[in-house]
Ligand binder design. Structure first.
Ligand SMILES: Cc1cc2nc3c(=O)[nH]c(=O)nc-3n(C[C@H](O)[C@H](O)[C@H](O)COP(=O)(O)OP(=O)(O)OC[C@H]3O[C@@H](n4cnc5c(N)ncnc54)[C@H](O)[C@@H]3O)c2cc1C
Length: 389
């Protein structure tokens, strides 16, 4: 028997969960169809950084609104927990990019973000275990930190369910139905579903899902290894850091561990189904070589575990939040290794685009799908010349 819903969300990662939450808040009763289990894709492997430093102002705005209206106020706004921990955040860039750092921070301050340029000596005062001799200034966000991506996703879904949404796991979408240029529903491994609105939030599988509707989305798979290191007992307070000089990022993970990763060994273009157990052979050695330049006490650390995560990557490494060209079929995918922190405001804005024809929370129009066909890729005003902003 065909089941009917007023909207279908394909994928129960953080993006699908946020969209379902906001649809249900607006009185719709969506079905969330998930081929495996909640947060089994990129979301379950996310490093969870919630920082606001971006070179593209609209991404900074998405994080700021997500922080202000959601992460810092989760229980009241969504219900349940998101696990946000305020550690502060430092962005460290090479001396040659100092002017760009200043430009980005000025843009972020205009948005309302609590961020400033601080001298290396102040970094050293705040966090004495960080080596500061290769830079003169860094950007510092005292409000930022990290959250738990799986908890965030579960909270969104539980709240959506309280408002009438239905979650169906182990339910893979295998076909998208259309009639007269409109989407009408989907076939799945658990039967047929009708709906006038279908949202493709299938993460690194979104290309395959879009192709079921005859739509070509330019997505490749990005593979990213992440390590959990034991925190040396002598290591003092340190914030979340993205370090473009030492080419790594890291943050505390609770009180006993450090989460750390580097782009040195990230892979492109594996299949979405590639093995999730085996990190790149040189990952750990390269990571420690990089990190020790910033935190020498990492030498006293040891490895707790490594995991391998994958996300969908677009040609400009920015998300697609957009109509698709097929009426009723929407794209919320290609989050490009950076879409956890922005997912609350992006989900709210997507739902406004779908139901009102125009986003209001944040103007997500720059993330429109047509930009790829038009060759108008997104670029930050003050880019740092690397792929991973
Ligand atoms: C290792 C790693 C570290 C990261 N660190 C950060 C960070 O610090 N901060 C940050 O902001 N972002 C970070 N990101 C990025 C962020 O986690 C992702 O952009 C985000 O989680 C993607 O969410 P999603 O819902 O789009 O995709 P996913 O979480 O991949 O969810 C997609 C879901 O769709 C389901 N699906 C696929 N095909 C079908 C189908 N045919 N039918 C039904 N269901 C289907 C999948 O099973 C999956 O559960 C990181 C990503 C990785 C991999």
């Amino acid at each position: 028997m065909t089941q009917s819903y007023n909207a279908i969300v394909i994928g129960a990662g953080v993006m699908g969960a946020s969209i379902a939450f906001h649809l249900a808040e607006r009185g719709l009763k969506p079905a969330i169809l998930e081929r495996k289990t909640v947060a089994s894709g990129a979301t379950g492997y996310s490093s969870g950084l919630v920082r606001m430093h971006y070179d593209l102002a609209v991404e900074a705005e998405l994080t700021f609104v997500s922080y202000k209206n959601y992460y810092s106020n989760w229980k009241e706004r969504v219900g349940g927990e998101c696990g946000f921990i305020n550690t502060g955040f430092l962005k460290i860039v090479k001396r040659e990019y100092e002017e760009k750092l200043r430009g980005n921070v000025a843009n972020q301050q205009r948005i309302g973000i609590n961020t400033s340029i601080i001298p290396a000596a102040e970094v050293n005062q705040l966090f004495p275990d960080l080596v500061t001799d290769q830079f003169d200034f860094a950007a510092y966000e005292p409000d930022s930190g990290y959250a738990d991506a799986t908890l965030t996703t579960n909270s969104f879904i539980e709240s959506a369910k309280r408002n009438g949404a239905t979650l169906i796991q182990n339910c893979e979408v295998t076909a998208v139905h259309t009639s007269g240029g409109r989407v009408t529903g989907v076939s799945t491994t658990q039967g047929e579903f009708d709906a006038p609105i279908v949202i493709n939030a299938a993460g690194r599988w979104a290309k395959q899902v879009a192709s079921l509707a005859g739509i070509e989305v330019p997505l490749e798979t990005w593979t990213h290894d992440v390590a959990f290191l034991h925190r040396p007992p002598s290591l003092g307070r340190f914030p979340a850091v993205i370090d473009d000089i030492a080419n790594c990022y890291f943050r505390p993970e609770g009180s006993a561990l450090i989460l750390a990763a580097s782009e040195d060994d990230s892979l492109r273009n594996e299949t979405p189904e590639a093995d999730e157990q085996t990190p790149s052979p040189s990952f750990l050695e390269n990571l420690i070589d990089n990190m020790v330049r910033r935190i020498p006490k990492i030498e006293e650390s040891g490895l707790q575990s490594i995991h391998v995560g994958r996300d969908g990557l677009t040609p400009d490494q920015r998300a697609i939040y957009s109509a698709s060209g097929l009426d009723g079929f929407y794209l919320a995918c290609g989050l490009s290794g950076t879409g956890f922190k922005t997912s609350p405001a992006a989900g709210a804005s997507m739902v406004e685009l779908i139901l009102d024809g125009k986003p209001k929370t944040v103007d997500i129009t720059p993330f429109r799908f047509e930009r790829f066909a038009e060759g108008k890729l997104l670029e930050g005003e003050y880019g740092y010349g690397n792929l991973w902003r």
